[in-house]
Design a protein. Structure first.
Length: 125
């Protein structure tokens, strides 16, 4: 009987040691991260603020410096695309899953570049 208890204790101790190192390391550090894209050929720069909590993107706020609105910008599709891209990034947590938006190619490119840079800042190194 004592031999069975000792064996069980030994197996349990080995399992604890073996599985202690198996915990998944967080990819990102919680916090808010601001990053920018490079300027495009028209001088527009994308700026994104990502909020990370629990290893997930919980908020994404994107703006283009040289602000555009539907009233002063002749490409309203790009303005509408921003909300779609922000939501998709929050939903998937993966910039590769954010599709480029037709007629908003420049905005899509700046968004992805800024988001990629912000996620790089957030990485748990």
């Amino acid at each position: 009987m004592t031999r069975g208890i000792v064996s069980f204790d030994l197996v349990a101790a080995l399992m604890v040691v073996a599985f202690t190192g198996c915990a998944k390391k967080a990819v990102y550090v919680d916090g808010s991260y601001v990053s920018h894209s490079a300027a495009d050929d028209r001088g527009n720069v994308g700026q994104i603020t990502l909020t990370i909590a629990g290893d997930k993107i919980t908020e994404a706020k994107y703006v283009e410096l040289m602000p555009k609105t539907k009233d002063n910008y002749s490409y309203p599709t790009a303005i509408d695309a921003i909300a779609t891209m922000q939501a998709k990034l929050i939903e998937t947590g993966d910039i590769a899953m954010v599709d480029a938006v037709a007629k908003a190619t420049g905005t899509s490119t700046l968004f992805k570049e800024a988001a990629t840079a912000a996620l790089e800042l957030a990485k748990n190194k």
